[in-house]
Design a protein around this ligand. Structure first.
Ligand code: SAM
Length: 287
């Protein structure tokens, strides 16, 4: 089949949203595995997925001298910790970062939507997987612009929701049904998907040289043949990443916003999980 788009990368994880809902879910589903541990596992998988997507690079911005780096919404901190040759600050609402860290790295609990009070300017401000984090992404982009050093870059790596299937091969499948339900739940929950508005937001605050690079994460094993080796490898990790959190975030959202019972959710998720292994469905995430 023809590749959807060009090289697009859409990340589909809803981590922040899940994190916000985790306390309720723990109360409601005491038999679920501990969300924190699950999230840390998923985070490590997703970090690997991004590294493979960008062919080992940590960023695509053409930065000549990388000194101070800020990683907002750093999560468990994998990205910040991978920068070995610069001073890195990773910030997050939640204290889920490791305690033993290299001297070039520090973590701070901070809300990226509050006023930024950093003493230094940054040559790279990085945001990854924050597609559902912010009430006002415009505020965050504006703060980032003001905190950039001369010739500094703001780079956002993120997922576009919902899943896509250009040739409609998923017609009637459980994946399509699952995708429809989750799309409806996001709408009903009032979450705004703003990743596709980033480029304009960047321009609006005065950032120059705004470039958008699009990639694809196939989530079912449709990429075949030697030419699609890279996509096939991405697909293996993307599917693992998605399936890792599928039941947990579906349970929270579908019972709350789609009026589904726990059994109905488990049934739909199981059927969707089965479909995600079927190469006849040409499903992908755009990142
Ligand atoms: C999907 S995770 C991404 C984690 C990390 N950037 C990565 O790529 O692995 C989103 C993170 O953003 C954090 N977050 C959400 N809202 C935030 C805010 N307003 N300020 C700072 N961090 C926030 C969440 O706690 C969560 O750890």
């Amino acid at each position: 089949m023809a590749l959807p788009y060009c090289e697009q990368a859409i990340l589909f994880q809803t981590t922040q949203y899940v994190a916000a809902e985790v306390a309720d879910q723990e109360r409601a589903n005491a038999d679920f595995p501990p969300p924190k541990q699950r999230e840390q596992n998923r985070s490590a998988i997703e970090h690997e997925l991004w590294r493979k997507t960008l062919r080992g690079k940590l960023f695509l911005s053409p930065i000549e001298k990388l000194d101070h780096v800020l990683d907002i919404g750093t999560g468990t901190g994998e990205y910040a910790l991978t920068h070995a040759n610069s001073q890195v600050i990773g910030t997050d609402l939640s204290p889920i970062q490791p305690s033993y860290i290299p001297t070039n790295c520090q973590f701070e609990i901070d809300d990226a939507e509050d006023e930024w009070l950093y003493r230094q300017k940054f040559s790279l401000i990085h945001s990854r997987g924050n597609h559902l984090s912010f009430q006002s992404p415009e505020t965050v982009v504006s703060s980032a612009f003001n905190a950039l050093a001369r010739h500094g870059w703001f780079e956002s790596q993120d997922i576009v929701l919902p899943l896509k299937c250009d040739d409609n091969s998923w017609e009637g499948s459980a994946i399509q049904k699952w995708n429809n339900v989750i799309t409806e739940c996001f709408l009903l929950s009032g979450r705004r998907s703003y990743v596709e508005e980033y480029a304009q937001m960047f321009r609006d605050v005065g950032l120059d040289n705004v470039t958008e690079r699009l990639f694809v994460w196939p989530v079912s094993p449709w990429p075949q043949g030697p030419r699609n080796q890279h996509l096939r490898e991405l697909s293996q990790i993307a599917r693992r990443n998605l399936l890792e959190g599928l039941e947990a975030f579906s349970m929270v959202l579908f019972t709350r916003y789609a009026n589904m019972s726990k059994d109905e959710v488990l049934n739909l998720v199981q059927n969707a999980k089965d479909d995600f292994w079927d190469p006849k469905y040409h499903v992908y995430m755009q990142v």
